[in-house]
Design a protein around this ligand. Structure first.
Ligand code: DAH
Length: 353
């Protein structure tokens, strides 16, 4: 073997041995820069690999092929070791960052100055109303906030020509036929959906948002909260309605508060009434509407009015809250001003009427 060949064989072996050593090193390394450095030293542009490859040309043809294979196999083994080291280090670093970036959510730093958050006044009132009605045997129902004309109006006995439609200031959604899809303007469509989905007897309340094309002022909000009630059972009369409204009013405002029904008109109830609550000075405040479910509404939901009767009621939760807490401006309920809301962190239980 001449000196050239000897030198070439030595360079090929040097590469193969370096690969063996470097693989051991890479198995323990935990610094990504060191992996890069090792890779470039052995496989880079001026690396031992390049040198070994160049030397292959100086080998006699009978051993060149075998030496070439050794070099390639060693290169593949090294590349594999580099890849493995990289993914291992990446995983280690990720675990480390979980530790260092972790937020200690168990820590509590509530000093005298810092206050805990609390439920919004509307949410408190809604929960309270749900509790009262659940206590009376009702369940809580829900419906979508985007409704079709059928659920929001037609099934409730408000056909297209009915003047009541005009008084609702509907917010239409640009979908389907014109004036066909809308934000629900009251929670009464939940009556229809419930009667469609469940067989009587039905005892439900449906709290939630309703929407109208109103400009916000001291007594109106374009997005407001209502609670709708529906009872369908045998032998239901106006007396059941009056008793239910009276019981809820007393449970919410206090036993000394009275309520009265006043004749009124709604297309979906017959007879219809509005109900008022008494104030200490003897005057009355209007709270909501109610009545016996109109036979046509029952028929629209395939409930036989000869067999079943029902009553329904609906009122604004925002208005209820405004009355109970003597709010001068109902917009306070939508402003999210914590200075206002903080006053109600521990809800006052006594009656403010
Ligand atoms: N949906 C009516 C409104 O928003 C309120 C209402 C009145 C609901 C009478 C009823 C009812 O269920 O019987 O103005």
């Amino acid at each position: 073997m001449d000196a050239h060949t000897e030198r070439a064989v030595a360079d090929v072996s040097a590469f193969v041995e370096a690969v063996t050593e470097t693989r051991k090193y890479l198995a323990k390394v935990s610094d990504p820069d060191r992996i890069d450095a090792a890779e470039s030293e052995l496989l880079g542009r001026k690396s031992l690999l390049v040198l070994a490859r160049r030397q292959l040309g100086n080998l006699p043809s009978d051993i060149r092929k075998q030496a070439g294979r050794r070099v390639n196999e060693a290169r593949d083994r090294l590349q594999q070791a580099v890849d493995e080291a990289r993914s291992r280090v990446k995983a280690e670093l990720r675990v480390q960052s979980y530790e260092t970036d972790r937020l200690d959510l168990t820590e509590r730093l509530i000093s005298q100055r810092q206050r805990r958050g609390s439920l919004h006044l509307i949410t408190q009132a809604r929960d309270h109303l749900e509790d009262i009605f659940v206590g009376m045997g009702f369940t809580v129902a829900e419906g979508p906030e985007v409704e079709s004309a059928w659920y929001n109006y037609e099934a409730l006995n408000i056909p297209e020509w009915h003047p009541a439609r005009g008084s609702f200031d509907t917010l239409f959604v640009d979908l389907g036929e014109p004036e066909e899809v809308m934000l629900r303007s009251h929670n009464s469509p939940v009556q229809i959906r419930t009667m469609e989905a469940c067989e009587p007897p039905i005892y439900i309340v449906a709290p939630g948002r309703a929407f109208r094309r109103d400009t916000a002022d001291a007594t109106h909000l374009p997005t407001f909260n209502q609670i709708e009630g529906l009872v369908v059972d045998h032998d239901i009369t106006m007396a059941d309605l009056a008793g239910t409204v009276d019981e809820f009013v007393k449970a919410f405002f206090g036993r000394e508060v009275d309520c009265r029904l006043r004749p009124s008109h709604f297309p979906f109830t017959e007879p219809s009434a509005e109900f008022d609550v008494s104030r200490p000075d003897g005057s009355w405040l209007e709270l909501g509407g109610c009545g016996m479910v109109h036979p046509d509404v029952l028929r629209n939901c395939e409930v036989d009015p000869e067999v079943w009767q029902g009553f329904a009621f609906g009122f604004g939760i925002d208005r209820l809250v405004a009355i109970r807490y003597q709010l001068e401006d109902i917009r306070e309920l939508a402003n999210s001003d914590v200075r206002f809301l903080r006053q109600f962190q521990h809800p006052v239980r006594e009656v403010l009427l």
